[in-house]
Every structure is written in C-alpha cells, then in structure tokens.
Ligand binder design. Structure first.
Ligand SMILES: Nc1ncnc2c1ncn2[C@@H]1O[C@H](COP(=O)(O)OP(=O)(O)OP(=O)(O)O)[C@@H](O)[C@H]1O
Ligand SMILES: [Mg+2]
Length: 254
C-alpha cells in the first residue's frame, strides 16, 4: 500500500486501522478499518449515535482515537466541513475566507480567496456579510474553507441536511466535480437514497461498528438478496432502498 504517492500499487488517500474511540464508559467506535482512494465518493450512513461524526472527526484530525491509527500522507491536512458552519457571521464572505486562509497558512491568501469565491460561484457576494446569506450559500462558504489548502480529501458531516432540493443538487454537482479531479469525498447522511445516488461506496455504521462496506449495488444485494434487478432506475429504487436498509440493520441486531 502506498499513501498519497503514485506507485505500481493503487494509491490510497487514507487508511484507517483499528480505530476505536471511547467517551468515558461509552465506546463510540469499535475497531474500524478501511481504505479510501482518490476520486472516491464515500457515504457513511447509520442511525443517530452510530459514530458517524466521531469517525469523520478522527479522519479530519480534530479528534484522537483511543486506539488505532489514521495513516495518510503527512504534508496535507484533510478538508473538514462540520455540520454547524464554523463561520464568523458578522464578517463578510471574503473576510471569512481570508481569515481561514491565514490560519491554514496558505501561501497566497488573496489568490486562494479569489479562487475559492470563483469555485463556489459567489464571486459577486464576497463583500456580503455571512449572516445575510442563505443556508445553502453559507454551506458553500463552509465547504470553501474546507478546500482552502487544496486537501486530498474533503470530509463533510451531513452536508445536505439543511439544504432545499435545488441547493442539494448544486452541492452534489460541485462535490462530483471535485471527485472528478481526484479529491476523495467522504460524507455522512441520514438520507439513504442520497448515499445510494451519489456515493461510489457506502460504509454502514451501527453502534460504532462497521456493518457493511461496498457499492450501493452491493448493499442493495445484501439487503434484498441476489434476485434484485440491478438495472432498476436508481431514484425509483430509493424509497424501497431505505426500508431495506432499515431491515438490514435489524437483521444485524440494530
Ligand atoms: N464528546 C462526546 N462526549 C461523550 N460522548 C460522545 C461525545 N461525542 C459523541 N459521543 C457519543 O458517541 C456516540 C457516537 O456519536 P456520534 O456523534 O459520532 O454519532 P452520529 O452517528 O454522528 O449520530 P447523529 O446521526 O445523531 O449525528 C454516541 O453515543 C454519542 O453520545
Ligand atoms: Mg453526527
């Protein structure tokens, strides 16, 4: 395995090995292991308290595991988009980006701010106070901050939860573009249909355990059995998929 470097073997963006996290007597994650690859879009799904935020926080480096390790190329941090936008609402969009660019020690903060405003399509809103932006646009600024240091992976905690359908479409379009250019995307969601539709791979967490990892089609098969036609239109499958997912969790004792 090679981390962040190109060799004859497949390049890995990050490998998690035996990640366990305890909070007092509670074990939030139990010996989680997986590898993530460049350009992958990975969804983490699981019920409340399953450990999604804990896992993303550990991958982001903002929380230490109790046991195990996260192996990645040391020179680049991952982009982290927490569920609650960590923005200064009284500062303008550009001022927020500039502040975080300096905190991240980006080599050319002014260029990074201009690039980010263009990337998120808010070139004409740079001087606007963040508090005046819609939730979807605040989310875009939040994502831009995660991308300031051009990270190899972007981690998003329930990024679409507060967005309306049109804003969601724009989010996934943007995220898909990043993945197309090689960024590894990891997001958590309660929306199984969304994971099914936008992820290449799904990790299912339940009570801190990794119950399943595979493609959406493989998860379909795991929950429906082998006879499910795989050429079914994906959006049409979504409603049924969600109930099948819940059955699957129950079968596994959750
Ligand atoms: N700082 C903390 N102190 C104590 N317990 C915590 C802390 N953070 C998380 N936990 C516990 O760890 C478990 C996993 O929590 P986590 O927030 O990772 O779940 P989640 O899958 O993100 O849930 P949700 O879908 O509600 O966001 C829960 O039992 C939670 O109560
Ligand atoms: Mg969470």
């Amino acid at each position: 395995m090679s981390i962040g470097t190109q060799t004859a073997q497949r390049t890995v963006t990050v490998a998690a090995r035996g990640l366990t996290r305890r909070f007092g007597a509670r074990t939030a994650l139990k010996r989680i292991g997986f590898e993530l690859y460049p350009g992958e879009v990975v969804a983490i799904i699981g019920p409340n308290g399953a450990g999604k935020t804990t896992l993303l926080s550990i991958l982001a480096g903002v929380l230490d595991p109790s046991e195990g390790e996260v192996i990645r190329a040391p020179e680049k941090r991952f982009g982290w988009v927490p569920q609650e936008p960590a923005l200064y609402s009284r500062l303008s969009v550009a001022e927020n980006l500039r502040l975080f660019a300096r905190l991240e020690r980006v080599a050319d903060p002014e260029k990074a701010v201009a690039d980010m405003l263009a990337q998120i399509g808010l070139e004409d809103r740079g001087s606007e106070e963040v508090a005046r932006l819609s939730g979807g646009n605040q989310q875009r600024v939040n994502i831009a901050i995660g991308l300031l240091s051009e990270p190899p992976a972007l981690l998003l905690d329930e990024p679409s939860a507060a967005l309306d359908p049109r804003q969601r479409e724009r989010l996934w379009e943007f995220v898909g573009g990043l993945a197309g250019r090689g960024t590894t995307i990891v997001f958590s969601t309660h929306n199984v249909a969304e994971a099914d539709r936008y992820a290449n791979r799904i990790l299912v967490l339940g009570d801190g355990e990794l119950l399943f990892t595979g493609t959406p089609a493989e998860l379909d098969r795991a929950v429906h059995g082998e006879d499910t036609p795989l050429d079914v239109d994906r959006p049409a499958l979504a409603g049924d998929f969600e109930s099948a997912f819940v059955r699957f969790l129950h079968q596994r004792g959750h």
